[in-house]
Design a binder for this molecule. Structure first.
Ligand code: PLP
Length: 439
């Protein structure tokens, strides 16, 4: 059994000073009813808590740590950068370098604006879409998360699920009324909305590979339907690739599914673990952003030199030409992820526990359910108690997973074959514990 004494005390103290003891809700482990380990340090594929426990990490700071923690190349560049000053609030060469690196793999991003968080990226992209089209309404999909700005903290109304209601106190009814929430992967639902209101809609925003209701993949043809419908009605198509960018494939979901959105939001990986996100897309649209155009958006720390440095080094590693006879970095990640997931599927089957397993490049996840999961309603039907038992067993075995079935897991280049073997062995115990709890 792990010793968790110091983390427990730290959490109790933190709760005196911060809401729920954390600075972002999911970290509190509320979904699994536990006590979060407080992290002391991380290296490669491992994180270490203040009680001295070691874990193989599949959270990776919720996605950014694709090359592993404290990668020597990233650390060295940051150490050198910090001696040159930490922020200037003035242009640097680093910003153009990161912009070019991103654009080299995302040809749809002709012009890019760096911001500090995914929330800022999606919020700014929506303002731009509204400014560009002169329309107010937006469409989002139930179960997709795009950060915590007001327009996007909206869930479906009852019945037809096509009018928005605030999903948090503090979001006004007026704001929510401009957001239309539609079930993900439901072709008829989006067709009906676009036919009825398409000419008043500024943008359709979607996680093209959805990672915030667990990992849910788009049905065949669904993304191209969104592309066609938005083009037909003069609405912009915004791909929120904050999570799936550089993960679903190197070029994100847009490369994997061959769809060119009007605007793309990126985050997480492009900052290599420091706070960076971005939005960008067609030049004609992006030229409306201030100071080129009238749509205002700014940031004191946007394009911060340390954050740009971490992003540049991370992307350099990800996009490097592979050695002779080797697959490129992203491909290697996909292969390793598949191996891990196959191991879990085998273990679940051997234990007689039904799961639905999904993978998109180096993103992966499972639902405790005996059928396919296409949307939020399906995800909600998965067995939460089974997940909790499985999660607890994994944590005790030294495997650090996202503490909710409604999250996605991530692999990094630092995960070795041995880590994957250990993770599969732990999962066997986890599935056996689930089975036992049901008997
Ligand atoms: C798809 C997606 N968009 C936006 C965000 C918001 O990003 P941030 O937490 O950096 O504000 C997230 C966060 O997980 C996300 O997964």
């Amino acid at each position: 059994m792990r010793n968790t004494e110091q983390s427990r005390a730290a959490f109790a103290e933190a709760k005196e000073h911060m809401p729920g003891g954390v600075n972002s809700p999911v970290r509190s482990f509320a979904n699994v009813g536990g006590n979060p380990p407080f992290i002391a340090r991380a290296e490669g594929a491992k994180i270490y808590d203040i009680d001295g426990n070691e874990y193989i990490d599949y959270v990776g700071s919720w996605g950014p740590m694709v090359v592993g923690h404290a990668h020597p190349q990233v650390v060295k560049a940051l150490q050198e950068a910090v001696t040159r000053g930490t922020s200037y609030g003035a242009p640097t060469l680093l910003e153009t370098e990161l912009a070019k690196l991103v654009q080299s793999v995302y040809p749809s991003i002709e012009v890019i604006r760096m911001v500090n968080s995914g929330t800022e990226a999606t919020m700014s992209a929506l303002r731009l879409a509204r400014g560009y089209t002169g329309r107010d309404k937006i469409v989002k999909f139930i179960g997709c998360y795009h950060g915590h700005s007001d327009s996007l903290l909206v869930s479906a109304g009852s019945g037809l699920a096509t009018f928005g209601v605030p999903s948090s106190p503090g979001v006004t009814k007026g704001t929510a009324a401009d957001t239309i929430a539609v079930p993900y992967n439901d072709a008829d639902a989006i067709r009906a909305v676009m036919e009825r209101e398409g000419d008043t809609i500024a943008a359709v925003i979607v996680e093209p590979v959805a990672g915030n209701m667990g990992l849910v993949l788009p049905r065949q043809g669904y993304l191209s339907l969104l592309r066609d419908l938005t083009a037909k009605h003069g609405a912009l198509l915004i791909f929120d690739e904050v999570m799936c960018g550089f993960r679903a494939s190197l070029g994100g979901a847009q490369a994997a599914y061959g769809i060119r959105p009007d605007l793309t939001c990126l985050g997480k990986i492009i900052g290599g673990g420091l706070p960076v996100a971005a939005y960008g897309g067609r030049r004609e649209i992006m030229e409306r952003v201030s100071p080129s155009g009238p749509v205002y958006q700014a940031g004191t720390l946007s394009g911060n030199p340390l954050a740009m440095t971490a992003g540049i080094e991370t992307l350099k590693i990800l996009t490097a030409e592979p050695e002779e006879g080797k697959a490129d970095y992203s491909r290697e990640l996909t292969i390793k992820t598949k191996e891990l997931l196959l191991g879990w599927q085998r273990a679940a089957k051997d234990s007689g526990v039904s799961i639905c397993a999904h993978q998109a490049g180096s993103m992966f996840g499972i639902f405790f359910i005996d059928r396919e999961v296409y949307d939020y309603t399906d995800a909600e039907a998965a067995d939460q108690e089974a997940f909790r038992i499985w999660f607890d067993t994994m944590l005790d075995e030294g495997i650090y997973l996202a503490p909710s079935q409604f999250e996605t897991l991530f692999l990094s280049g630092a995960h070795a074959a041995e880590d994957i073997e250990r993770t599969i062995a732990a999962a066997e115990k986890g599935f056996a514990a689930v089975k036992k709890s049901r008997s």
